[in-house]
Design a protein around this ligand. Structure first.
Ligand SMILES: C[S@@+](CC[C@H](N)C(=O)[O-])C[C@H]1O[C@@H](n2cnc3c(N)ncnc32)[C@H](O)[C@@H]1O
Length: 157
């Protein structure tokens, strides 16, 4: 909703697991925008990714929720769903060389692991290695509010 209003020249195709579609549709209903599309079903570890080549793919707060094999799958599939020079933007908390960027992130990581054993804040170098293996080159790593990062990769043509 936020991006669709701020970047009206882009069409935003939302996606998520089907159980979260109702909430997304409610947001779209409450904050309508002509460039915002209703969600498509997308489980990153399944084969039914859309056929189209996207200009850019944005994923927020997902890498620490998914199992690692799903994060691996996300990078492989993102790369094949982008057109040449397309961008992948990943938002969320990261660790660097094993260190959390804040005490609150360390506590958040503990809570995540208590909830579900496969969850947890990911190591930047491991994430960037997945990107490299998928022919995605890191362009930027922006510090964001609340100790989050915005990582941006470009697909090598
Ligand atoms: C913490 S929520 C973030 C939601 C939203 N992107 C945001 O930032 O507010 C994590 C999201 O990851 C999605 N997710 C978890 N596993 C997934 C998978 N295997 N494929 C696709 N999405 C998944 C969940 O359905 C959920 O919407």
């Amino acid at each position: 909703m936020w991006f669709a209003n701020k970047l009206p020249h882009l069409i935003w195709q939302t996606s998520d697991l089907v159980e979260n579609h109702r909430a997304i549709l409610q947001w779209i209903h409450d904050y309508p925008s002509a460039n915002l599309r209703p969600p498509i079903c997308l489980n990153v570890s399944q084969d039914d990714w859309p056929d189209s080549d996207f200009d850019a793919i944005y994923s927020a707060n997902t890498a620490h929720i998914m199992a690692w094999h799903e994060v691996q799958s996300m990078f492989r599939r993102v790369a094949s769903s982008l057109q040449a020079n397309g961008l992948f933007c990943l938002y969320g908390p990261m660790k660097y060389a094993g260190e959390f960027t804040s005490e609150s992130n360390r506590l958040f990581d503990l809570r995540l692991r208590e909830q579900v054993a496969h969850r947890g804040i990911r190591e930047f170098s491991a994430i960037n290695q997945l990107a490299l293996e998928a022919n995605l080159i890191l362009l930027d790593d922006h510090a964001m509010p609340a100790n989050n990062r915005l990582l941006i990769w470009q697909k090598i043509s």
